[in-house]
Design a protein around this ligand. Structure first.
Ligand SMILES: Nc1nc2c(c(=O)[nH]1)N[C@@H](CN(C=O)c1ccc(C(=O)N[C@@H](CCC(=O)O)C(=O)O)cc1)CN2
Length: 286
């Protein structure tokens, strides 16, 4: 079997085009005031700078006003919390995010949770996570939302499907599992203490890897006909590669996401979607 490649760039382009249309309508209704997204980057991590740059560029392309805050690596907890408070109170800012990871002296959970729930476009505050766990409407984390869109694009039936998520991060694994549950999937979360990872993966109709170990998932871990989603982003010999041995898994799976060009591009697309949703909710429009 040779798997169908799920094209994340195409899915992201479609979502972004739709958001651009809706942003134009929203802005016109609001007398020319667009949604606004504030990004906060602390320190000089090169990859984070690229992602934040990509977010700001994407905002400009769809008509969202960007507020780009860059702070030195030694920024204090108090100064960072003060900036978050200022952005929470700014009526021109619809969404706020703090790029992760933060430098070691800052607690990512504490800082993220200081963002007002109404502006939590990363969907990572305790309030947003609680709403997701309870099945209540709210802003959802961007990468898991992108994965659901990619699975829909591939025509994957989630109801009753055995879904295995490798990785239990707050940013991805936990919210991914919650979103799959909402789609009536049977969900298993695997992690570093899972006893027989390969055997658990072999039972998956949908296998999602987000563990940060290059090529951890071998071809013979994939059930024939499974859908494989690779959220990993690892540098191997200077090349960006995922958590899945793509060549081997493609021989067994029915559909698979590549790295790059799979899940990654959808993250920013859903950030734009969340920023518009936050702006709508703050303006009292559905
Ligand atoms: N506050 C947040 N921090 C982080 C998040 C997040 O959602 N919110 N996610 C990641 C980084 N990230 C966005 O922030 C992100 C990662 C990857 C991509 C992407 O488009 N990747 C491309 C490849 C890019 C490359 O060549 O390096 C792809 O996979 O095709 C976009 C956004 C951690 N931090």
């Amino acid at each position: 079997m040779s798997a169908r490649i799920i094209d994340g760039k195409a899915v992201a382009a479609r979502v972004r085009a739709q958001v651009a249309t809706e942003v134009a309508e929203f802005t016109a209704q609001r007398g020319g005031t667009p949604p606004g997204l504030a990004t906060i980057l602390v320190g000089d991590d090169a990859a984070s700078a690229v992602y934040v740059g990509g977010k700001q560029k994407a905002c400009a392309e769809v008509g969202i006003r960007g507020f780009d805050h860059r702070l030195p690596a030694d920024t204090s907890r108090e100064d960072l919390l003060a900036l978050v408070e200022q952005l929470n109170a700014d009526p021109e800012v619809s969404g706020v995010l703090c790029q992760l990871p933060l430098p070691g002296h800052l607690d990512g959970v504490e800082i993220t949770n200081a963002i007002s729930a109404a502006k939590d476009v990363d969907g990572l505050t305790i309030a947003s996570a609680g709403r997701l766990a309870l099945g209540m409407p709210g802003l959802r984390p961007c990468t898991p939302s992108g994965v659901i869109e990619l699975l829909a694009e591939a025509g994957t039936e989630l109801q009753g499907a055995e879904c295995v998520v490798i990785g239990r991060s707050n940013l991805f694994g936990k919210p991914m599992a919650q979103l799959l549950l909402q789609h009536n999937a049977t969900v298993t979360i695997c992690h570093s203490r899972t006893k027989d990872l390969a055997a658990t993966c072999r039972g998956a109709d949908v296998l999602i890897a987000a563990v940060g170990v290059a090529h951890l998932v071998k071809g013979d871990w994939v059930k024939p006909g499974a859908v494989v989603v690779d959220v990993g982003m690892n540098r191997l010999d200077g090349k960006l590669t995922g958590d899945v041995d793509f060549a081997a898994a493609s021989e067994v799976a029915s559909a698979i996401t590549p790295v790059p060009g799979g899940v990654g591009p959808t993250t920013i697309a859903f950030l734009l979607r969340n920023t518009l949703e936050a702006a709508r909710a703050q303006a009292g429009v559905a």
